[in-house]
Design a protein around this ligand. Structure first.
Ligand code: SF4
Length: 335
């Protein structure tokens, strides 16, 4: 049994202009100890999907269908108002959220209260769920600080006294307080320089292996995923365009959007060539394009792509691709 199974998940938002079709019919699984990279351009729905799984969606979110099965139980049990909008989640889910599924948020500076010492904030997070003394909670923070590489005398500092890398490490410590089975990390290293990024990712990987935790890394940076993930979900305009084992997708991509996205990242080992960018912009999710949502930007698009939604195709190489011409695109020939 997979640790996490997302089945046909569909999430929309009600806004003054109508509906935002943010996440459509998403499917994937994740086992303990595995890392899934969720990649795509800004606004593709990857953060909404992460927040949907951890159930931190705003009030105007509507769960239009699907399941989030965690350890064999469907945990998608929001309470809804009469008009169908989100009224919050059931208490049992809130409990599960930090003990079993926790998050590393984007921008650690904003995630901490600026007028409270960082160590105090983590102690509070421990004592909200666990009946432990203050001293026991402080000992746990010291243990976590050691794990993520922060000197223990920094417990008494305020967030502004930490460097960017240290705040991010403290955020990771906060996510680990209850030894969760799944961590969802939303752009965990975006604000950091490349060297610090590498160090933090190595730290996360080490901790994950030690505790056999599963992880979902949400990022627009394909190179981050290439370094740490076992599996990848490539998202575009609310849909999964390609999903599978990281090696299969990198070596034999069967989707034009994945190929275009990977074309924008440098390959240090391969021949030197100009990086390609994807022409045009991601579409509005209030009025997404007909047929395949990528068709206005796709160099392979044919007439059928404008009219018919593609179906997910499973390739002999193992991955899945949402494209009318998945086999031909993977083959690399003309069609
Ligand atoms: Fe491109 Fe058509 Fe495939 Fe969409 S279905 S990715 S438009 S070839």
């Amino acid at each position: 049994m997979a640790l996490l199974e997302v089945k046909n998940l569909t999430l929309h938002f009600k806004v003054s202009e109508g509906w935002v079709y943010a996440v459509e019919d998403v499917n994937f699984t994740l086992d303990s100890g595995e890392t899934l990279g969720l990649v795509g351009e800004s606004g593709c729905g990857k953060t909404t999907l992460g927040y949907g799984i951890s159930q931190l969606l705003p009030d105007n979110a509507h769960v239009k269908g699907g399941k989030v099965i965690f350890k064999g139980k469907d945990i998608l049990t929001p309470s809804l108002k009469k008009n169908g909008t989100l009224n919050g989640y059931l208490p049992a889910i809130r409990e599960l959220r930090w003990k079993e599924i926790s998050m590393i948020f984007q921008g650690a500076m904003n995630a901490f209260n600026p007028v409270q010492k960082v160590g105090e904030q983590i102690i509070e997070a421990i004592r909200v769920h666990d009946k432990v003394t203050r001293q026991e909670a402080e000992d746990r923070v010291i243990e976590l600080y050691k794990l993520v590489g922060i000197p223990e005398d920094r417990i008494d500092n305020y967030p502004h006294e930490y460097s960017g890398g240290m705040r991010q490490r403290a955020m990771i410590a906060m996510a680990l307080v209850h030894n969760p089975s799944l961590i969802i990390a939303d752009e965990p290293t975006t604000a950091l320089d490349v060297i610090m990024q590498r160090r933090i990712l190595a730290e996360i990987e080490k901790i994950q292996k030690k505790f056999n935790m599963a992880m979902i890394i949400i990022t627009h940076d394909v190179s981050v995923v290439a370094n740490v993930a076992d599996k990848i979900c490539v998202m575009y305009a609310g849909r999964i365009m390609e999903y599978g084992n990281i090696k299969d997708v990198f070596k034999h991509s069967a989707n034009p959007y994945t190929k275009a996205l990977f074309g924008g990242f440098p390959n240090l080992k391969g021949e030197r060539k100009r990086l390609a960018s994807i022409p045009g912009n991601p579409p509005s999710l209030v009025e997404p394009p007909s047929g395949c949502r990528f068709h206005p930007r796709c160099k392979y698009a044919k007439e059928i792509c404008k009219k018919e939604k593609p179906k997910m195709v499973t390739l002999p190489s193992g991955q899945q691709s949402l494209c009318h011409f998945a086999k031909e695109v993977q083959g690399g020939g003309e069609f």
